[in-house]
Design a protein around this ligand. Sequence first.
Ligand code: UD1
Length: 420
Amino acid sequence: MGKYVVAGGKRLDGEANIHGAKNAVLPILAAAVLTGAQSVIRNCPDISDTRCSIKILRHLGCSVDYDGSTLVVNSAGVNKTTLPCEAVSKMRSSIIFAGALLGRFGEVDSAFPGGCLLGDRPIDLHLQGFRKMGVAFEDSPDRITGKANKLQGTRIDLTFPSVGATQNIMLAGVLAEGTTIITGAAKEPEIVDLQGFLRSAGANVSGAGTSTIVIDGVKSLRPAQYTIMPDRIVAGTYLAAGAITHGYIRLNNINRLDIYPATRVLADMGVDLWSEGSALVLKADKNLSPVPLLKTKPHPGFPTDLQAQFTALLATVKGRSVVEENLFEARHAHIAELAKMGADIKVEGDSRFIINGVSRLHGAEVAAKDLRGGAALILAGLSAEGITTVGNACYVQRGYVDIVADIQSLGGDIKFISSE
Ligand code: UD1
């Protein structure tokens, strides 16, 4: 598993480059299966979820060549529509391959992705969308086995802007007969990135980034070339690291608009932020203001994937802040760990966190319980007095290519100790 050892108390002063987005690469790799051709995908982050997706691609019959950044995948030889059990159990989001397989072959067979530490994570909206397009699913509590003669474009009204359901239906619609219209679609930047890839492969998709996406089915796709967008959650994590250490940092390769929901909060807290080309510079001093109510919401609201990191930040800001988690029912495992470091946070229900900021956290032995919660503990460690060890590093490695190198280059004192 391995752990991070963080020596706290150093003001960050340095710069880091932001790598490609985890949540963009997974749907785009699934989309590569649709093309039946070669795709060259640049800026693919070398994280465990990318490696797991490569296993799925190879299992399905794709040839894949990956140098740690550029991924060349040829899906001409795909000869299976069953997803490997191990991948589905490791990576919930592998359900995104269902839309691509249904779109290209009219069938899919997969284990049911279970819940996770963030709570129950249903996929009813994905399945409802597929059904409306003509897929019939076998009646099974633990498998998703679906077939359609030919997917039919139709209008699908999402009752909640689910990121995964929006992407899955987009994928299913690309080669379907006629026009698919998704209303109530998620507007996350990663959906715009998926549209960008699909268009480069010859798909007729428009509207991503708004609540209505229109997909006119095409007969076939062509080889594609695409560069994955920068990871806005990694950028937001490092901005929070800069703020929690009252630092002065520069992050290169950022799309400023994509991270506006986070920078707006930082600006309200009194953090200075300015752009220099595609870089963003942050300067924070000691007197930051608490946030009366920070609610996570679908984009362009504040992202749930930055909730834990900002909770850690607010735990060190004097005064009362309230954080409300509205996307996932139980995304609070980091709070008990932060308490071991002296944070004063009360959890009301499962989703409202009342924070009384303390002037200083202290180092402790804590453990990551999930990806972003693990990153939050590292940030807390950077600001704390003394040494913090963060166990279960493998969770953090799912979303950050090399958080140790990045934080070191930002001027933080952190090292990784392998458990082997
Ligand atoms: C994606 C991101 C994840 C992020 C989340 C919300 C990827 C790989 N993951 O996850 O990092 O935290 O968006 O921004 O891109 N829901 C249903 N029924 C469904 C689908 C979802 O009730 O069929 C609910 C979920 O339980 C959850 C909420 O909708 O409470 C948000 O889920 P969704 O937007 O689908 O998130 P993911 O695509 O799983």
